[in-house]
Design a protein around this ligand. Structure first.
Ligand code: HDE
Length: 711
């Protein structure tokens, strides 16, 4: 396995090592340490006789096996995780927060990060069209801080009480448990079409962000507005962002569906392999800061989790970097048992009254109690803090700690008053003293009622290909909805966002576009004035567009860790392969040889080239780009190889071909005419240069318009 980026002490790693077991060179034993001398046969009354109840070895083994499963997470069940470190660049935030890990650039804080889909079960595909969880546990020297975010900056609902409804609607339908890991079904869109507050989030969900190329190429967002609080107790509102150094990139929907069959572990494998090969994924942590006195200066409410603060209004300041540099040792022990909680905070950070965040503060401990089996889940190694931990909590299922002494209460004199409460100067947490004066009401602020203007801002900010993908995504999802009335109601919602979008989707569904209502539709069911006026209020965003919302504007300056398929056959030109492989490696990309058979492929000069995959075991959808070397004329008659090329073309990927392989290209569907992103040349070195520049663009979306390739 690749070495960690630096050999410095990592307190979390050291702590985990204390709990790590290694069988190498050891005898097999029972859980009680008794050595086992036959693990193949049960104890029986005679060779052909019945098994004996006294067989403690067999009983222990089977009993443990019977209890191996724990409940999967009720949401975000499917996930993958990695260890890493976070380091702040300087102490610029010192004015705003007293959190050590955000202000002391000499600290390297260990982190554990879990990425996930939301709707699918633990064994479902990585490539579902879905939100991705982006949960970071910082093991700071002042306690654990969990930033439990998503790869989209807003959420479906404004109030936590709607969360069970949202999740019941999106999960497989209860009568037949279909479809798995998909939102394209009646109950989800029924709910969404009745919840105009979800309009903004739905735009993100139908965008390419919902089908990422890699966890390593996603942004992350804390979503809610939080507070930073300094030593004087002054609070500043903050939104947290993660910006990936590889840029933000996605696959196309047709590709996503195919990957789900070819390699449902695609994202998991990608993360694992990248770290294993030393391509450590990196993100910069960004903050948007809003002084308390500016709380009401925006045309939206900072407490409303369906709104972003456009970067044009408040720029994102990049304050530090996170690097993931170590794969877990054991999936269950670490990735499955890690317990995130937005309520795990440290001095210098505090909550706001965002009603979604407030509800989350309740839910996460509650869910761990059932999922991890009791109140001692903080003692599971992956969840332990590296800060000193002392309190008067005691006992419970699976308690590990042996608490010394006879006092477990506060105040006490018999235990010398220990453990002591910490003053603020001693690092004690003190909640921000926000002034609150209100009536107890079940209500929502009118400042939360604009549901559409940021949805429109999002749409307007997209590039043309992204707009097309959005139209296609809505057409696909609603096309899978069986109840026509739900489809119609959703088109009605879309008219509130953009009539062009609504028209395209209505057309695909064979529906008329409903007239855009003068007054937005009231989708709630008014019953005797209760719930109170819940009518969306249409306001126009003061911004027409925001560049940060389009993936077209993401940095496109690297091909690091990108995978290139090199299509070969017997007689391939070895120099054509090796020159390209060297150029790719120099740029940080990986060129893998694909051939009709495993083992070695014999090149024209008699040299053997090692084969990574065959046309049977892999597919174009598992690669970023394709290279066709010289000496491969035989592939002109190989349907799998031609399909590989056609499909890569259809998915808008960079393709390079040695001019010597022209005969093969002529057999593809894109042989003639304009071919953006297809590079052909005699000089493989020069060709590699063009190819690599092309790969940096990620995809050549203009090809989609041509739409003639039937792969
Ligand atoms: Fe979660 N969410 N959530 N959520 N969430 C869970 O906690 C919940 C929300 C997020 O990799 C659960 O341990 C409620 C927003 C992530 O282990 C549960 C509400 C955001 C993960 C839960 C929300 C998230 C979870 C399920 C509305 C983005 C996976 C298992 C009030 C800011 C963490 C668990 C991991 C997991 C509840 C809304 C992110 C049930 C009630 C908004 C990344 O506690």
């Amino acid at each position: 396995m690749a070495k960690e980026q630096n050999g410095k002490d990592n307190p979390k790693k050291e702590q985990l090592e204390n709990y790590t077991e290694d069988n190498t060179g050891q005898f097999l034993t029972t859980n009680q340490g008794t050595k086992v001398n036959d693990d193949q046969n049960t104890l029986k009354a005679g060779e052909r006789g019945p098994s004996l109840l006294e067989d403690f070895i067999m009983r222990e083994k089977i009993t443990h096996f019977d209890h191996e499963r724990i409940p999967e997470r009720v949401v975000h069940a499917r996930g993958s995780a990695a260890h890493g470190v976070f380091k702040v660049y300087d102490n610029k935030l010192g004015k705003f927060t007293r959190a050590n890990f955000l202000t002391n650039p000499s600290l390297e804080t260990p982190v554990f990060v879990r990425f996930s889909t939301v709707a699918g079960s633990r064994g479902s595909t990585d490539l579902a069209r879905d939100v991705r969880g982006f949960a970071v546990k910082f093991y700071t020297d002042e306690g654990n801080f969990d930033l439990v975010g998503n790869n989209m900056p807003v959420f479906f609902i404004q109030d936590a009480i709607k969360f069970p409804d949202l999740i019941h609607a999106v999960k497989p339908e209860p009568h037949n448990e279909m479809p798995q890991a998909a939102s394209a079904h009646d109950t989800f869109w029924d709910f969404i079409s009745l919840m105009p507050e979800s309009a903004h989030m739905i735009m993100w969900l139908m965008s390419d962000r919902a089908i990422p190329r890699s966890f390593r190429m996603m942004e992350g967002f804390g979503v809610h507005t939080f507070r930073l609080v300094n030593a004087k107790g002054t609070s500043t509102f903050v939104k947290f962002h993660w910006k990936p150094l590889l840029g933000v990139h996605s696959v196309v929907w047709d590709e996503a569906q195919k990957i789900s069959g070819k390699d449902p572990d695609f994202h998991r494998r990608d993360l694992w392999d990248a770290i294993d090969k030393g391509f450590f994924p990196e993100w910069e942590l960004g903050v948007q800061l809003v002084p308390e006195e500016d709380e009401h200066k925006f045309e939206f409410d900072l407490l409303d989790p369906t709104k972003i603060i456009p970067e044009e209004l408040v720029p994102v300041q990049r304050i530090g970097k996170m690097t993931l540099n170590r794969n877990p040792e054991n999936f269950f022990a670490e990735t499955e048992q890690v317990a995130f909680h937005p309520g795990h905070i440290v001095p210098g950070i505090d909550f706001t009254n965002d009603p979604l965040l407030q509800g989350r503060l309740f839910s996460y401990t509650d869910t761990q109690l059932i999922r991890l089996g009791g109140p001692n889940f903080h003692e599971i190694p992956i969840n332990r803090t590296v800060a000193p931990m002392h309190n008067n909590q005691r006992d419970g299922f699976m308690r590990q700690e042996i608490n010394r002494g006879k006092t477990s209460y506060q105040p006490n004199s018999l235990g010398g008053g220990c453990p002591f409460q910490a003053k603020m100067v001693e690092g004690g947490y003190s909640s921000h003293a926000e002034k609150i004066d209100g009536q107890k009401v079940r209500a929502r602020s009118r400042s939360f009622f604009d549901h559409f203007s940021q949805a429109t801002l999002f749409y307007n900010s997209q590039s043309e290909p992204e707009k097309t993908h959005l139209q296609d995504a809505f057409s696909f999802e609603l096309g899978k909805v069986e109840t026509v009335e739900v489809r119609r109601r959703m088109v009605g919602i879309l008219t509130q966002i953009d009539t062009g979008l609504a028209t395209k989707v209505a057309d695909a569904l064979g529906l008329q576009v409903p007239a855009r209502p003068e007054h937005p539709i009231n989708h709630s069911i008014p019953a005797d004035g209760n719930p109170p006026d819940f009518q969306p209020v249409k306001t126009k965003s003061s911004l027409d567009r925001s560049a940060a919302l389009s993936m077209a504007n993401t940095p496109k300056d690297t091909v690091k860790s990108r995978k290139v398929a090199i299509l070969t056959a017997e007689g391939v030109n070895a120099a054509s392969v090796e020159t390209m492989q060297q150029a790719l490696a120099a740029a940080g990309a990986v060129g893998e040889v694909i051939a009709p058979k495993h083992g070695m492929v014999e090149a024209g000069n008699g040299k053997d080239l090692p084969v990574k995959n065959t046309y049977l075991t892999t597919s174009s959808v598992l690669y970023d780009a394709v290279y066709l070397p010289g000496g491969t004329a035989a592939l002109a008659g190989n349907g799998d190889a031609l399909h590989f090329l056609n499909e890569a073309y259809r998915h808008c990927k960079a393709i390079a071909a040695d001019a010597d392989a022209n005969e093969v290209l002529r057999s593809t569907w894109f042989a003639e005419g304009e071919t953006p992103g297809v590079f052909i040349g005699n000089d493989v070195k020069a060709l590699a240069g063009q190819f690599i520049e092309g790969m940096k663009q990620h995809r050549f979306w203009e090809r989609e318009k041509m739409g003639k390739v039937p792969a």
